[in-house]
Design a protein around this ligand. Structure first.
Ligand code: PEP
Length: 257
């Protein structure tokens, strides 16, 4: 079966509840129902916006999933300020981003933590969107494939094939996030193909072929078509453009072609 593209919006730390409700409503209004047959779509708002955003989509009966941007792997207890997997599950999250470069770089999230989060999410039947990607200095140094594939291997540590089959990987070169400097379609394809190869080495061809591998990094309405035309790019993790309903809708439309 051909892989379906997944377009996921990462709203980052934007939108109070009233703003999030308006944004979700505008996104819902622009989604053509036939696009949603062809493309999986999700938005990942801040924690406090998850329930209101989910309610908008439920009320509209529009098939847009919600996801969290982060989570803690322990089930409950004295972890002040953290949010558990049961909490996001209860809201109805289908996805959770883990290992976003902003969390790795600003909050010190390690490969080991990414792995703990991903495994705990899979156990709860929430799909982790595992973010990997190299910095500009690693790209310029030429070792980016080794760097990214090492991140992928670390994220999958201790997972069996059935677990791995329930993950999404997002290749997000750090130098392309929020910078307006997009990877070329060939650059995105090269790394997404390398990631698929590693998944194949770890879990076999069938899992590799079934795994959704997104590109993220300044994807927008103008460049989505070309990026998404590449065979190993199965959608996008969208930051800035996911806050603009017309642009987000245009990316979903491009993913459905
Ligand atoms: C992101 O933060 O995941 C991202 C891809 O951001 P942007 O689209 O703004 O580069």
């Amino acid at each position: 079966m051909p892989r379906k593209n997944l377009i996921a919006g990462n709203w980052k730390m934007n939108s109070t509840i009233p703003e999030a409700v308006v944004l979700a409503q505008e996104i819902s209004n622009r989604m053509e129902r036939d696009w949603l047959e062809l493309v999986d779509v999700a938005v990942c708002p801040p924690f406090v916006d998850l329930k209101p955003v989910k309610s908008v989509f439920e009320f509209d009966r529009v098939d847009i999933a919600v996801g969290a941007q982060n989570v803690y792997w322990e089930p409950k207890g004295a972890f002040t300020g953290e949010i558990s997997i049961a909490m996001i599950k209860n809201i109805g999250c289908a996805f959770c981003i883990v290992g976003h470069s902003e969390r790795r770089n600003l909050f010190g999230e390690t490969n080991e933590e990414v792995n703990l989060k991903a495994r705990a999410l899979i156990e709860a039947d929430i799909t982790p969107i595992i973010c990997v990607g190299e910095s500009l200095s690693v790209r310029d140094g030429g070792t980016y494939l080794d760097f990214v594939t090492a991140q992928v291997r670390a994220a999958y540590a201790g997972m069996d094939a059935a677990d791995a089959a329930r993950t999404v990987v997002a290749y997000e070169p750090v130098w392309a996030i929020g910078t307006g400097r997009t990877a070329t379609a060939d650059q995105a394809q090269e790394v997404c193909a390398a990631i698929r190869k590693v998944v194949g080495e770890l879990y076999g061809e069938a899992v590799a072929e079934a795994t959704t591998i997104q590109y993220g990094g300044s994807m927008n309405a103008a460049n989505a078509d070309e990026l998404l035309s590449k065979p190993d790019v199965d959608g996008g993790l969208i930051g800035g453009a996911s806050l603009k309903p017309a642009d987000f809708a245009a990316i979903v439309a491009a993913a459905g072609k």
